[in-house]
Design a binder for this molecule. Structure first.
Ligand code: ATP
Ligand code: MG
Length: 655
């Protein structure tokens, strides 16, 4: 937590000098939905002058059972969108295409880690979701009931999610890599009555024993009455009689028809817990209508989707990115979505590029953490594959360091594919800032401009404006359709966390600055700001300077108390393979940062580490490093930490 004097002045000092600009490639722009900046500007202007008109028009592209009577009912911070409207998101993802001429088009293209490939057409998906919806109904699950889904990346996971949406059951997807205690917390918080799981899934050549982990968790989850187990393999699992049933047996016995329930626009669709980068995860509630509209429209324009696309987002469905941009946004557009079960480096670090080549992936959306890993593993892996099918690249999850962006552009995109750096959060439900690829020029390290209808602003603690070029708090001024409606069971926390910090605005918790072109540059989390002699530095810029050094693969910086300066900068650095840690390298890196962005940002301590503590979704957990740098021990919430041994190894190094 920042100390009170840190919060007193909320402006951030910016040090990053990044001037590269990449205009949309002409050929791309010529075929795009939105073809130039003037068109973007005009539509953006219209969208903020008449947001209700704008969003109503977008909503009109979807199928509604009953039209809404009012677009927005806003009583800060409580929003209702498309009031009185009735629709079904599963219907819009599946039925609409299965019945509308795309019955034989591939909806889900799946590759298992061992190498199997399955294709589910919209017609087949339609049948599967209806059957599984009947399975849920047969178990007594009704609209509003909460269903936990703890599975690997299999088509059945998407079927389970969509079947819940079909009957109005509220899904709570729990990432399949979490341990039993994380399941216990989430299932109990949402009082789930059923868990959908599978025997095992495959990762890095090993079995992930999902069902066994569920069994362990459910000893502490009194609300759960039913467990449905999808059989992925021949692994033996224990089935508890009266509670556990096989997916395939229930499906075989279920009726093939189950009409989609006409749900109220504000009926809850799902609960999802945040990544836990800055603290204990929060269970955000998303509702149906507004979420449908914004995930649909952002997918269409930001990925500039075309009917023949093979779209691949590498995020797990356990994260919001998987919800909005593996399933809901993409399927609503009737586009083929690829799902891959396993690790990027199995059996070797070329796996992703092999998948792209084999399935002719045209749009590829991944995270900075993955991109930094690819860089570390070496260019020979992408070079060994034909990546000509790619036409658009995307990134999400953390600020992307400009040098990693450049690598992505040159080595993966061959300089021809636009990159969309998309900023958003579990809370926002859909993308909020990103370049519209045919219209807005990209800048390495900037998420550039707001999506239509979104009104971001950089402010200080009192909500006052911060001039262009200076850093401050990123807030959103107006409600947007896919905004989370509350924190499940804790409306007070919702108000306190997001709507109290800066009066009249949604507080994102991120620091950012806007440049003279109106582009936004995310500077890191406000909680992670480092105050050096009264200058408040975001983590992104110092880390980007370190990552720009040819020997550095990844870096995290945190503040630790310092008697002279208030805080000193402690940097944790992972170096590229082929280089050795040394005192000389430390000196070299300190001098490098001072030269690149100024003496103020020169790290006081540098520690080399082979890996950084990250959340399961791949985000650097600086709060743990800060604790370590300050107290030498860690007390904060670590349920979402990816690899506990990282902490032990960091501590050893400390001694
Ligand atoms: P918690 O809220 O529990 O700390 P979290 O914020 O990591 O977890 P998510 O909702 O998964 O949970 O992540 C959203 C955050 O990720 C954003 O607030 C921002 O800090 C970061 N982020 C996502 N995309 C980008 C991006 N393109 N550029 C910069 N930062 C990004
Ligand atoms: Mg967050």
């Amino acid at each position: 937590m920042p100390s009170p004097d840190l919060a007193a002045n909320s402006n951030l000092s910016s040090t990053l000098r990044e001037n590269r600009v990449f205009a949309p490639p002409e050929e791309f722009a010529a075929k795009a939905h939105i073809r130039d900046l003037a068109e973007y500007d005009a539509l953006y202007q219209r969208s903020i002058e008449d947001p209700e008109g704008f969003w109503a028009e977008a909503a009109g592209e979807l199928d509604w059972f009953t039209p809404w009577t009012k677009v927005l009912d806003w009583n800060e911070p409580w929003a209702k969108w498309f009031v009185g409207g009735r629709l079904n998101l599963c219907y819009n993802c599946v039925d609409r295409h299965a019945l509308g001429g795309k019955k034989d088009k591939t909806a889900i293209l799946w590759e298992g880690e061992p190498g199997e490939v399955r294709r589910l057409t919209f017609g087949e998906l339609h049948e599967q979701v209806q059957r599984f919806a009947n399975v849920l109904l047969g178990l007594g699950i009704r609209k509003g009931d909460r269903v936990a889904i703890y599975m690997g990346m299999t088509p059945e996971l998407a079927v389970a999610v969509l079947a819940c949406a079909r009957i109005g059951a509220v899904h709570s997807v729990i990432f399949g890599g979490f341990a039993a205690n994380a399941i216990v917390d989430r299932v109990n918080d949402a009082e789930c009555i059923a868990v959908i799981t599978q025997d095992v899934s495959y990762r890095r050549g090993g079995e992930v024993r999902l069902k066994a982990t569920v069994d362990e968790a459910l000893k502490h989850c009194p609300t759960v009455k039913h467990v449905v187990v999808y059989k992925r393999s021949d692994a033996a699992v224990e089935m508890k009689s009266g509670r556990d049933q096989w997916w395939h047996e229930l499906m075989a016995a279920a009726g093939a028809e189950c009409p989609a329930e006409p749900l109220d626009s504000e009926d809850p669709l799902y609960i999802l817990y945040t990544s836990g980068t800055t603290g204990k995860p929060k269970g955000l509630v998303h509702t149906t209508g507004g979420y449908a509209v914004q995930t649909y429209l952002t997918s269409k324009y930001i990925f500039d989707l075309r009917d023949q696309d093979v779209y691949w987002c590498t995020a797990d469905i356990g994260w919001v990115t998987g919800h909005s941009y593996v399933i809901y946004g993409i399927l609503q557009n009737g586009i083929t979505t690829l799902m891959y079960e396993g690790a990027p480096n199995y059996p070797d670090p070329g796996r992703f590029w092999k998948i792209i080549e084999e399935h002719k992936v045209s749009v590829f959306y991944t995270a900075p953490t993955a991109i930094r890993a690819f860089i570390k593993w070496g260019d020979e892996y992408p070079a060994a594959h034909n990546l000509d099918s790619l036409r658009l690249l995307g990134t999400v999850g953390e600020p992307i360091n400009p040098e990693a962006w450049m690598w992505y552009r040159e080595v993966i995109g061959k300089g021809r594919c636009p990159i969309v750096d998309t900023w958003w959060q579990t809370e926002t439900g859909a993308i909020m800032l990103a370049p519209i690829p045919g219209a807005v020029a990209a800048k390495p390290g900037s998420a550039t401009k707001p999506f239509f209808g979104i009104v971001p602003e950089i402010v200080n603690k009192d909500g006052g404006p911060v001039p262009a070029g200076q850093g401050g708090l990123l807030v959103i001024r107006k409600p947007w359709p896919s905004m989370a409606r509350t924190i499940y069971g804790d409306a007070d926390r919702y108000v306190k966390q997001y709507w109290t910090e800066v009066p009249g605005s949604y507080f994102t918790g991120d620091g950012a600055r806007m440049d003279e072109d109106g582009c936004y540059w995310l500077m890191g989390r406000v909680d992670d700001v480092i105050n050096v002699s009264g200058h408040r530095l975001g983590t992104m810029e110092v880390e980007s300077a370190l990552v720009a050094h040819p020997k550095v693969a990844e870096a995290a910086v945190v503040g630790r108390p310092d008697a002279m300066k208030g805080q000193a900068i402690a940097a944790f650095v992972t170096i590229e393979s082929g280089h050795e840690p040394s005192k000389d390298l430390k000196d070299e890196l300190r001098a490098w940062v001072a030269k690149e962005i100024g003496a103020l940002a020169r790290p006081d301590d540098i520690r080399f580490t082979d890996s950084l503590p990250k959340t399961r979704s791949g985000k650097i957990m600086r709060r743990l490093l800060r604790e370590l740098a300050t107290h030498g021990e860690i007390k904060g919430d670590t349920t979402t930490l990816e690899d506990f041994s990282v902490i032990a190894r960091l501590r050893e190094q400390d001694e």
